[in-house]
Write a protein that binds this ligand. Structure first.
Ligand SMILES: Cc1ncc(COP(=O)(O)O)c(C=O)c1O
Length: 427
């Protein structure tokens, strides 16, 4: 459906029923699939025929939804994973191994930071973190001979920095490696990183794509643009025979369009699992059907809340790239012309205590670790996720004690502002 516009793709891409078939994506709740002969099945194992044999690797419901996400992002192939964490791990580990090195923006989700800096480090994969605001020279200086991937988030959680995707893509390509962009917060409705040079796009579909806080999930999309064979010494996993999979050379057999996702399915899903359940894929698709309607409303509410907070005497500062005063306003005008997302960060006067009083008095916004769904929620890192830190440690980490992250849902913006106003009044 790649000729259609975003709204049509959100509703209809990925699944086209034949005559008399279900209009809605069927949930194929089956672990396995039946064949008439062992030979038929053997061809599937050899990747000579396409089809399904075991849901740990692939399932039709998931593939319908993955095909929709590939179309939304403008990619050639995609897969669903059990979570956003699994998506980022698979995307990186598909091309990295012990002895590899990653260049990553330092402004990324804490779980991903931990994955790369602690868990992948234990696997022998090193990382150099760079500021998303670094110069091209500083970025180029971070590359080593064993660098195999560059990583960043379009809009980072929770710092809300906006990635200069072109700058990161140019540096990655100059060093013969792909750029992987986590596009969770912007979604393809507001930014399509592949159009700016990203090679692989990942998602925590748990957030806006599902949009209702119903199902944890992830997705990986391949742009099909990275020429693996041109860098075959760097990517032996894609460019030399996989002895664990009948000697297949993924880049030769499936080309630039299909090699990355086929390898991640055939090898990583086989060995590590992490498949999304078909039931969750079905729920995800319900969310995707309205993504193009919901994102503008999240942006409208985020913008209104940011503007209200910016002028409030009890607010020290506000981060939201839709505000002309924001450090990332210009980058957002370039990469996010329709707006970014509904997540706003602000610092309340009076630190941790003031934040606690404020949040306790909110009636609509619930205190949650989640973000990016239909219901407004908020979090004070200093009293929750980072509560073990002292005031000094918080300051060093760039997290003021009074910092509050608010994820604006789909409620009426006047009601949200009134709720914030009365809670600020109570402080
Ligand atoms: C930008 C981003 N990427 C990845 C993740 C991890 O996703 P999940 O919680 O679905 O594993 C999150 C979670 O908050 C996130 O915000």
């Amino acid at each position: 459906m790649s000729d259609y516009r975003m709204s049509t793709k959100c509703v209809q891409s990925g699944y086209t029923p034949g005559n008399g078939e279900p209009r809605q994506i069927p949930i194929i709740q089956s672990t396995t699939f039946k064949y008439d002969t062992g030979e038929d099945m053997g061809k599937l194992f050899d990747l000579e025929a396409s089809g399904y044999f075991y849901t740990r690797l692939q399932n039709p419901t998931n593939d319908y939804v993955a095909a929709k996400i590939a179309d939304l992002e403008g990619g050639t192939a995609a897969m669903l994973t059990s979570s956003g964490q699994a998506a980022n791990f698979f995307a990186l580990f598909n091309i990295c191994e012990a002895g590899s090195h990653i260049v990553s923006s330092s402004s990324i989700y804490g779980g991903t930071f931990n994955l790369i800096s602690v868990t992948m480090k234990k696997m022998g994969i090193d990382v150099t973190f760079v500021s998303p605001d670094c110069t091209a020279e500083e970025l180029n200086a971070a590359f080593l001979d064993n660098t195999r991937a560059v990583f960043g988030e379009t809009i980072a959680n929770p710092a809300l920095t906006v990635l200069d995707i072109e700058k990161f893509a140019q540096a990655a390509h100059a060093h013969g490696v792909p750029l992987i962009v986590d596009n969770t917060f912007a979604t393809p409705v507001n930014c399509r990183p592949i159009e700016w040079g990203a090679d692989i796009v990942t998602h925590s579909t748990t957030k806006y794509m599902d949009g209702h806080g119903a199902a944890v999930g992830g997705a990986i999309v391949d742009s099909g643009k990275f020429d693996w064979m041109a860098e075959k010494d760097k990517f032996p996993g894609l460019c030399t025979p996989d002895e664990s999979y009948h000697g297949i050379t993924y880049a030769e057999r499936f080309g630039n369009e299909g090699a990355f996702i086929t390898k991640a399915t055939a090898q990583m899903m086989r060995d590590l699992g992490c498949i999304q359940s078909p039931q969750n894929a079905f729920l995800l698709n319900l969310g995707l059907e309205s993504l193009h309607v919901r994102m503008p409303r999240h942006v409208e509410n985020g913008q209104a809340v940011a503007e209200f907070l910016k002028d409030h005497p009890k607010v020290v500062s506000v981060s939201y790239s839709g505000l002309p005063s924001d450090r990332y306003y210009e980058a957002a005008q370039k990469y996010l012309p329709k707006g970014g997302c509904g997540v706003v960060s602000f610092e309340i006067q009076g630190g941790r205590e003031a934040a606690e009083v404020f949040m306790k008095n909110l009636k609509l916004a619930a205190i949650e670790t989640h973000v990016a769904d239909a219901r407004t929620c908020c979090l004070n890192p200093a009293s929750t996720t980072h509560r073990q830190m002292t005031e000094e440690q918080l300051a060093q980490a760039g997290i003021p004690a009074g910092l509050i992250r608010i994820s604006c849902g789909l409620e009426d913006k006047e009601d949200l502002i009134a709720d914030l106003a009365q809670a600020l009044e109570a402080v």
